[in-house]
Design a protein around this ligand. Structure first.
Ligand SMILES: [Zn+2]
Length: 236
């Protein structure tokens, strides 16, 4: 963010306090989306200090990933669980945008996340998106795209029925239910581009892996990933 806007947003923050995305009661502190009390209960994932981290390790031997990071480690009854719950089920798309903006400023400063040309969210099934009114991963992606000043591509990778090519089908056989739901609608937007793939939560990594393979097959120059939270699979 330009220093002028940073000062302006700090000033507006004083005039119009913003509510914490965790408890929705207290005001946020500094540039964080959380209040002090919630912040003390959060576990930052700390993935931006190293390229080899718990996030990228989940893809070892499965898919080459240039960098990967979550904002927080997911815990039950934790402010991050509440934020994700409100984002997904309580019609609060702005939570995703705010978290994305916050993380985007950190990603912009990380050498592991350069260069980037575009943000691609994991798509929701069209019917599910219609039901919810928005795609929570795209909201997170929108915030990141805004603060990194790169485009958000919502029409390149899609979900739904599509006649796949035989090669893709073969590569995707091992995923069964997960992978066959994606397809690349606009390969020209992906080819030779440095892509940041985003989702709300990383669990087993199967979804991001499947989407990542489609992006790489479409000729992405590099593939990086980001999520709001990283969950231990037995906890989520
Ligand atoms: Zn709070």
């Amino acid at each position: 963010m330009h220093p002028f806007f940073e000062i302006l947003s700090g000033f507006l923050h004083l005039l119009y306090p913003v509510l914490c995305v965790g408890c929705e009661r207290e005001n946020t502190i500094g540039n964080s989306c959380f209040c002090l009390r919630c912040k003390l209960n959060l576990e930052p994932a700390g993935h931006l200090s190293s390229r080899e981290n718990e996030f990228t390790q989940r893809f070892w031997g499965r898919l080459p990933v240039d960098a990967g990071a979550s904002m927080y480690v997911f815990h039950r009854k934790n402010p991050i669980q509440k934020a994700l719950h409100h984002l997904k089920y309580k019609n609060k798309p702005d939570i995703g945008i705010r978290l994305g903006r916050e993380f985007g400023t950190l990603l912009a400063r990380s050498e592991f996340f350069q260069p980037l040309d575009a943000v691609v969210p994991i798509p929701l099934h069209p019917l599910k998106e219609k039901q919810r009114g928005y795609n929570q991963s795209a909201m997170f992606g929108q915030g990141i795209a805004e603060s990194m000043q790169i485009p958000l591509l919502q029409s390149a990778l899609l979900r739904g029925t599509y006649t796949e090519t035989q090669t893709q089908k073969k590569r995707m056989d091992r995923f069964n239910n997960v992978a066959s739901v994606f397809y690349i609608a606009k390969p020209q937007l992906i080819r030779h581009k440095h892509i940041l793939l985003v989702d709300d939560v990383l669990t087993t990594g199967a979804t991001m892996e499947a989407a990542g393979i489609y992006l790489q097959d479409a000729g992405a120059a590099s593939l990086r990933m980001a999520t709001i939270a990283l969950a231990l699979t037995q906890n989520y």
